[in-house]
Design a protein around this ligand. Structure first.
Ligand code: PMV
Length: 360
């Protein structure tokens, strides 16, 4: 598939008005995407777990406009209140996808959106938010062209979501999603995420992700700034090569259920992402003292008990603690007794691997 496959070739018979809604999840990368080319094309492939509880719910109300001027017309309401802060990002998104959804300027949109996870928790809502909006827009396209297949619908939703926020393309379907062309992953593409369809060991079913909210503040480094740090980065090319190798290694681990190998790869990926930020110019340290306290406690507990607890990090201070479901009782007990104290106001979110977006 190429970009041109997403330019519609049907006759636009405009619907007068309507309403569509989707709930779309956040995702957590196991092998990270960090660094992009023009048009949100990733420098390396990535693979993520789709989350279950952390979602954005978006309702999109559309009404045909009388005078379709050369601008987009939309209002955004976040958790019931009019929100101006989200508008520039959505405007940029609309500009990028206009070519693929020619009806965009013909409607006035009211976007009602809310997250199921706490606002300003430091959890990136761009993946769930952009994918939910992309899915709503695809539901309108589907009404205009009912011939669209589910496979095309999902691919194009992921393609559009990518243009909103790169990792958002991994939030459409599947429990495990790969984004970025990779020789060992069938159908993989730089343009959209694909469901990981190779064999997965049952130990990864119901896998837990408890998100420890160490710092709920605004992101210190925006994604755009962060990805740009990989231009002329002294270690960039080796990192991109390593990510390709790590996808191959992860595929083998997911099949065999080798949890020790899984944790080693997971943690190495997280620390590599942060190492890239520490070694770029300008440089950043996104971990906080409590991030390190938690990591050390996890390592100590793992050495003492032999339980399969591991962590990963996003581009921030919060810690995602990942563990298999059959060890959940003991590990939850440890988290409550030993780790919650390091969370800001004791806040954390219990989540699990989920299965993708749902139409509401
Ligand atoms: O989707 P973006 O542009 O916000 O980038 C996300 C990058 C990481 O979350 C740090 C890694 C990843 O693969 O999700």
């Amino acid at each position: 598939m190429t970009e041109s496959n997403f330019i519609p070739n049907y006759n636009l018979t405009l619907l007068k008005d309507g309403k569509v809604s989707w709930a779309s999840p956040s995702n957590i990368a196991l092998v990270k995407y960090w660094g992009k080319k023009e048009n949100q094309i990733p420098e390396n492939p990535s693979i993520s777990f789709t989350l279950d509880a952390c979602k954005t719910e978006t309702e999109l109300v559309f009404e045909a406009r009388q005078n379709t001027e050369d601008s987009f017309s939309f209002d955004v309401f976040f958790e019931g209140e009019k929100n101006e802060a989200f508008k520039p990002k959505i405007e940029t998104f609309f500009k990028r996808i206009q070519k693929y959804l020619p009806f965009l300027k013909q409607y006035h949109f009211t976007i009602n959106t809310a997250n199921t996870f706490p606002h300003s928790s430091g959890i990136a809502s761009s993946a769930s938010g952009m994918s939910a909006l992309a899915l709503c827009l695809m539901s309108i396209e589907k009404q205009l062209n009912p011939e669209i297949t589910t496979a095309y619908f999902n691919k194009k939703a992921s393609f559009l979501a990518r243009l909103g926020s790169g990792s958002a393309c991994r939030s459409i379907e599947g429990d495990l999603v790969v984004w970025g062309q990779h020789n060992d992953i069938e159908e993989s593409s730089d343009l959209y995420g694909v469901k990981f369809t190779s064999e997965v060991h049952p130990v990864f079913k119901n896998y837990n992700d408890t998100i420890l909210l160490v710092d709920k503040g605004e992101k210190q480094v925006s994604s755009t700034v962060g990805h740009n740090l990989m231009y002329n980065h002294p270690y960039a090319q080796n990192r991109f090569k390593q990510a390709v190798e790590n996808i191959t290694a992860m595929k083998t681990i997911l099949k065999s259920g080798d949890l020790k190998g899984f944790i080693a790869l997971l943690e190495s990926e997280a620390l590599t992402l942060h190492a890239m930020m520490m070694t770029s110019m300008p440089y950043f340290i996104l971990m906080k003292p409590n991030t390190l306290e938690i990591i050390n406690k996890i390592w100590e507990f793992r050495a003492q008990t032999g339980l399969h607890i591991g962590f990963t990090l996003d581009a921030g201070a919060n810690v995602h603690v990942l563990f298999p479901d059959d060890e959940a009782d003991k590990i939850n007990d440890f988290i409550n007794k030993e780790l919650v104290a390091y969370c800001q106001n004791g806040h954390y979110i219990c989540d699990k691997i989920g299965f993708g977006a749902k139409q509401l």
